[in-house]
Design a protein around this ligand. Structure first.
Ligand code: BMP
Length: 253
C-alpha cells in the first residue's frame, strides 16, 4: 500500500499525476524470464498508466517475493496495483486470499459479488480495514457473459416482495450496499455501461477494449472512468507509441 488514503483516492491521484485513466492489463504469454519482462515493460509504460492489473497467470508463477518486488517498483512509479483473481469463495477462504494479496502489496482486488449480499459486505469491510479496495464484477466482456450476467433471477431482498431482475442488476445492488471501490463492466456492453453510469455508486472500470471489440471512445462517452487495456498495448509493435495514441484519443474526447 503506497499511502494512508483509500484505494479510490489513490488511483484518482495517480490518474491525475499521470494524466491517464488507463490501467494496463499486464497478461504476458510464456515469457522465459517473467520478472525481467515485467520490469522492462513497466519501466517502458509507467509514464502513461495510472494502474496495472495482474491476473493469476502472473501472480502464481511469480510467487510472493518476486510479486512484492514488482509491486514495489510499480509504487515507486506512482502506479496502483490490482489483483485480478475474481475472488469468489466462502468468506473464510476469501479472507485468507485477501490477506495474502495485501501482504504482497496489492492495492485492490477484483471480486465477484455472486458470493452473496452479506458476504460481499463482509469482504469489503475486511478489505477496507486492511487499506485495500474491492472492485466488483458486474457484467463481463466476453460473448457468453449474457448467458449468466444477463439472465433473469429473483431478487428476494425487496421490501415490497420478490422481483425478477437481470443478474447484473442484483450484483450491482450488492456492490452498492457493500460500498465497493469500483464496478467492472465490459466495454463490449455499452448499453449496460450507459445504464449503470447514471447514478453509479462507484467508478466504472472497463475491460474488453480493442482486442475484444469494445470502443474506447464509446466507453468514454457512456461513462467509463478507468480503461483496462492489455493486448492492444503490450502485443503491439510499439507499445509506448500505442499507449500514447490511446491517451491522445481519450484527451480529445
Ligand atoms: P485485453 O485488453 O488484452 O483483452 O485484456 C483484458 C483484461 O481484462 C484481461 O486481463 C482479462 O482477464 C480482464 N477482463 C476482461 O477481459 N473482461 C472482463 O469482463 C473482466 C476482466 O477482468
Amino acid at each position: 500500500m503506497s499511502s494512508g488514503e483509500n484505494f479510490s483516492s489513490r488511483i484518482w491521484t495517480s490518474s491525475k499525476k499521470k494524466q491517464s485513466n488507463i490501467i494496463l492489463a499486464l497478461d504476458p504469454v510464456q515469457e522465459n524470464d517473467l520478472s525481467k519482462y515485467l520490469n522492462e515493460i513497466v519501466s517502458l509504460l509507467e509514464s502513461g498508466i495510472c494502474a496495472i492489473k495482474f491476473n493469476l497467470h502472473v501472480i502464481v508463477p511469480l510467487g510472493q517475493d518476486e510479486m512484492t518486488k514488482i509491486i514495489q517498483m510499480c509504487h515507486s512509479y506512482g502506479i496502483q496495483v490490482i489483483a485480478d483473481i475474481k475472488l469468489n469463495d466462502i468468506p473464510s477462504t476469501n479472507e485468507i486470499a485477501l490477506k495474502c494479496l495485501v501482504e504482497e502489496g496489492f492495492d485492490a482486488i477484483i471480486a465477484n459479488p455472486i458470493i452473496g449480499r452479506l458476504e460481499t459486505i463482509e469482504l469489503v469491510k475486511k478489505a477496507h480495514s486492511l487499506g485495500t479496495g474491492i472492485l466488483a464484477i458486474i457484467y463481463m466482456s466476453h460473448p457468453g457473459a449474457s448467458q449468466t450476467y444477463g439472465i433473469q433471477v429473483y431478487d428476494k431482498s425487496e421490501k415490497n416482495g420478490i422481483r425478477r431482475v437481470p443478474l447484473y442488476r442484483l450484483l450491482l445492488k450488492y456492490a452498492k450496499e457493500a460500498k465497493v471501490d469500483g464496478l467492472v463492466v465490459g466495454a463490449t456492453k455499452p448499453h449496460i455501461i450507459n445504464e449503470i453510469a447514471s447514478g453509479k455508486p462507484a467508478p466504472i472500470f472497463s475491460p474488453g477494449l480493442g482486442h475484444q471489440g469494445g470502443s474506447i471512445l464509446q466507453a468514454s462517452k457512456y461513462g467509463v472512468d478507468y480503461f483496462i487495456i492489455g493486448r492492444s498495448i503490450i502485443q503491439s509493435a510499439e507499445p509506448l507509441k500505442t499507449l500514447g495514441l490511446l491517451q491522445d484519443s481519450l484527451r480529445k474526447r
